[in-house]
Design a protein around this ligand. Sequence first.
Ligand SMILES: [Zn+2]
Length: 228
Amino acid sequence: MLSNSWSNYSPYFSEDSLIAGFTNRHFPYTSANDRSEFAKILKLDYQKIVIPKQIHSSNVIICAKAGNIIDTDGIITDNKNLVLSIQVADCIPIYLYDTQKQIIGLIHAGWRGVNLGIIENSIDKMRELNSESIDIKVLLGSSIRQCCFEVGPEVAELFDKEYQEIGKSDRMQLDLQSIVIDILINKNIQSENIVDIKECTCCSDKYHSFRRDGDKTSRMIAMMGWQS
Ligand SMILES: [Zn+2]
């Protein structure tokens, strides 16, 4: 596998055995089996992958075992044997890590999920596992940004005007990353513990982009887990 087919986000968590990866368009993602291939590249246990069926919801689940999970967009675990995975192609892949309790999470955050409260739900689920907000690090991976994220009035009205710039005709350009960061800060996550990769999937031909390439576009895989 080409080394330029994925990005390594692990250094942001400064924990040697905690691995966080994100594939790009040079990674051939055609089936769920490709998650196993990516896990092997990351030296994570490919038999312990958690695979949610994503539905743009605000559902977040605490996972206890590997395999498929029905209808959820956020997965959290304190089981260091599990390998979390989600897929995205413009939506924000959000990586969570509690540095004290060693809880990890992956969230698929698009405008629907953010509007429904997936960010708040994710932090609440970590608290169910006794996380303290002050210990949680958050990374927002490559995703569509305000430069390219044009929305119609029916989406724009769901969000505060301070996160929008006027676009063409009745369109608005939405800054979903800033919305997410402000929700996190409201949930007492420390701003210095939030990293935004600031790479637009639609501008950069390094990535697949649903907005740019349409229905037939492939996806990127976000994966997080512990090397044993
Ligand atoms: Zn862009």
